[in-house]
Design a protein around this ligand. Structure first.
Ligand code: AMP
Ligand code: MG
Length: 383
């Protein structure tokens, strides 16, 4: 994707396309990090000690006074340290001696209660790099550097086409044999979460003429997602229409359960996916194959799978032919994630997935995994 310049306010979660360096030293001046008195630590080698208060240094203002032996200056957090001072003693460790002195009860080390100029960052030092996803602290860092505009990757436009003669839209009531289209909405959510811009193309019917028209529309985007119509059914025409449009198919079968009939190809600059129609299969196939493509299009430095490890609480049966990715319940207890598969009725059981909070990866193998074994999982919050 090309880069674009956007306002700072809109930059959270976007992928940086410029390196960002400190525009100045941070802090810009020696500053107090306590409310109290700026002192020469040498004057407090014996305490209590009584010092003359020469003035005050307020945040945003500072002071013209210079601290000489026996003298000090009132100071607030964030205020510049006056010349001659080398420590700040907390106000809690002092008591006033009217009219113009203060008694200090504790001694301080040189440098205590203050931060020297450039202690955090030197001017020109790089903090954020190209490919970085802009996180919460980064927005504050950009603000403090005066970056009211930021260069980021443009969002890929991702067309979403649901297919099936049985589908009706969300506002409609299904007649006998019909169901509501839910995949367009889970895909929309996943596209947004991956940092791209969804474009809903509605429902395509299971005939070549309608699919031709709608897939042609979809191929105008950076990514096209077609849900349904990629299995072995008599009316699964999606792959035929991909072929008519010269989509270069790289794979159309995956050793994964669910998600076996997932299709991936390219046509010119467009990345094309045929995702199996069962609602849970669609979600899983998106997470495994579409998310990484979007993250790479965005030039995100970290396009990794976001997999965590958990300890199995109950045995789990493996599939000898395919890696299974199954709804699961995970919790953090005793300093580790603990996971078990959630009750569900197969890859159409979206409600089963709603009651789960993770997907657990059960590797392709003969037999079962035992309780206590470690497995990979994906949090459903980040899908
Ligand atoms: P297909 O991949 O077209 O064979 O569809 C597999 C199953 O998923 C069928 O039971 C479909 O009714 C169902 N399905 C397909 N598309 C959707 C959709 N957009 N929303 C909900 N369910 C769907
Ligand atoms: Mg279908």
């Amino acid at each position: 994707m090309p880069a674009e310049t956007i306002p700072l306010e809109a930059s959270l979660g976007r992928i940086l396309r410029e390196d960002v360096a400190a525009d100045a030293d941070y802090p810009r001046f020696d500053k107090a990090i306590r409310d109290g008195f700026a002192v020469r630590h040498e004057d407090l080698s014996k305490v209590p000690a009584v010092l003359e208060v020469l003035g005050e240094s307020r945040a945003g203002q500072g002071t013209g006074v210079t601290i000489t032996p026996g003298n000090c200056c009132e100071i607030m957090t964030g205020a510049p340290l006056p010349a001659g001072a080398n420590a700040v003693v907390m106000v809690e460790h002092t008591e006033p001696v009217p009219p113009s002195k203060v008694r200090v009860m504790r001694s301080v080390r040189e440098g205590e209660g203050l931060l020297r100029r450039a202690a955090e960052l030197k001017s020109g030092e790089r903090v954020l790099s190209v490919g970085r996803r802009i996180e919460l602290a980064d927005i504050g860092t950009l603000a403090s550097f005066g970056k009211f505009q930021v260069r980021v990757s443009k969002k890929p436009r991702v067309a979403i086409l649901a297919t099936g003669d049985e589908l009706v839209e969300v506002r409609e009531s299904p007649d006998a044999g019909q169901i509501r289209n839910s995949n367009s909405y889970t895909l929309l959510g996943q596209v947004l979460a991956a940092g791209a811009e969804p474009v809903l193309l509605g429902i395509g019917r299971d005939n070549v003429a309608d699919l031709r028209k709608k897939i042609a529309q979809g191929l105008e985007h950076d990514v096209l997602l077609v849900s349904g119509g990629v299995s072995m059914g008599k009316y699964d025409f999606v792959e035929n229409v991909f072929a008519e449009y010269d989509v270069q198919v790289l794979f159309d079968s995956v050793a994964m359960k669910p998600g076996k009939p997932t299709v991936f190809g390219t046509r010119g600059e467009t990345f094309v996916f045929g995702l199996p129609g069962n609602p849970v299969s669609t979600i899983v196939a998106f997470r495994m194959f579409v998310t990484p493509v979007i993250r790479n299009l965005l030039k995100a430095a970290d396009a990794g799978p976001g997999v965590l490890r958990a300890c199995l609480e109950e045995p789990a049966k493996c599939d000898a032919a395919r890696t299974a990715i199954v709804p699961a319940l995970v919790r953090f207890e005793d300093r580790a994630y603990r996971i078990r598969t959630a009750p569900w009725k197969g890859s159409s059981d979206l409600a089963g997935l709603s009651r789960a909070n993770a997907l657990v990866v059960i590797p392709k193998a003969e037999g079962s995994l035992q309780a206590g074994e470690w497995v990979d999982f994906l949090s459903l919050e980040s899908l």
